[in-house]
Design a protein around this ligand. Structure first.
Ligand code: CP
Length: 309
């Protein structure tokens, strides 16, 4: 592949190849000497038009660990503020010959559009409600390491599914790897056309969590609810917030996940989120660096092959 725009374009074999390489990087990242040279001589530009802690930091660390020259564009201070369009900004940066462009944007489809205009490899770091492929890949690696496999698991994705690119990318990835997916949340936060996702849908946590292997919680994405129904946080926590009691309906060894940023006491109990016997939230962050190293390494190999041909 030339770009990493979404899980939609990846085959099960592609997903497995990224996870296999990421597994080796995850082990390398635990060594005192962490550096490789897979991206040596390449220029990576990170363009985040939306806030980020985890994704931006891990793409930067991943690039630096593999020897790339990494530049973080401060989009708040850029000429976007003077009315320059996304495409003009991208073309300007393209003229500086970057090799890898990492882009987060609030509009669904913006990253795909940008990828059609530039000569380098583009990685989608989250576009609107559409896709967040590296998040789904790091979730998959976390599940695979915790459960020993990434197939025939029962996985619950809970909360604000309608506004979540993380949910969309995970539903696609976990479905391609032949897992059973349950979506749990209030009907107002389920996307239209939910039937075509091929998942079971629940509006009750106790029923939906019954005997699942993995519980994936999502944040209430108020910034995307533009004028629509916003539930009260207290009521939401009571019905859909994950606590020890609700988790007791899942398998005894079920793991708890959250992509972050997390709102304690809204979608998840803070004590449960910190319980290292159940929660793999910090492992997800750790795997994020490894998955981004693997994704950029594979795209760079493709880039070098294409240029050599
Ligand atoms: N999970 C995730 O995308 O977090 P950030 O918004 O902090 O990057």
């Amino acid at each position: 592949h030339r770009h990493l725009l979404g899980i939609e374009q990846l085959s099960p074999a592609d997903i497995t190849a990224i996870l296999e390489l990421a597994d080796t990087y995850a082990d390398l990242n635990r060594q005192p000497h962490k550096h490789g040279d897979a991206l040596k001589g390449l220029t990576q530009i990170n363009m985040f038009f939306e806030n980020s802690t985890r994704t931006q930091a891990s793409f930067e660390i991943a690039g630096k660990r593999l020897g790339a020259d990494v530049m973080n564009m401060a989009m708040q201070a850029s000429s976007i503020k003077k009315g320059e369009t996304l495409i003009d900004t991208a073309m300007t940066l393209n003229a500086m010959h970057p090799d890898l462009l990492v882009v987060r944007h609030p509009q669904s489809g913006a990253v795909d559009l940008l990828a059609q205009k530039v000569n380098c490899a583009v990685l989608n770091a989250g576009d609107g409600r559409h896709e967040h492929p590296t998040q789904a890949l790091l979730d998959a690696l976390t599940i695979r390491r915790a459960k020993g496999r990434l197939h025939r698991l029962s996985i619950a994705i809970c909360g604000d599914i309608a506004h979540s690119r993380v949910a969309r990318s995970n539903i696609m990835l976990l479905g391609k790897m032949e897992n059973r997916i349950r979506l749990i949340g209030p009907p107002t936060l389920m996307p239209a056309g939910i039937a075509e996702f091929g998942c079971e849908v629940f509006d009750n946590m106790e029923e939906g969590l019954k005997d699942v292997d993995v519980v994936m919680m999502l944040r209430l994405q108020k910034e995307r609810m533009d004028g629509g129904f916003i539930p009260s946080e207290r009521e939401y926590y009571h019905r859909f917030g994950l606590d020890a009691e609700k988790l007791s309906h899942a398998k005894p060894d079920a793991i708890v996940m959250h992509p972050g940023p997390m709102n304690r006491g809204v979608e998840i109990d803070g004590t449960l989120a910190d319980d290292i016997n159940r929660s793999v939230i910090q492992d997800q962050v750790e795997m994020g660096v490894a998955v981004r190293m693997a994704a950029m390494d594979l795209l760079a190999r493709n880039l070098r092959e294409t240029r050599a041909a």
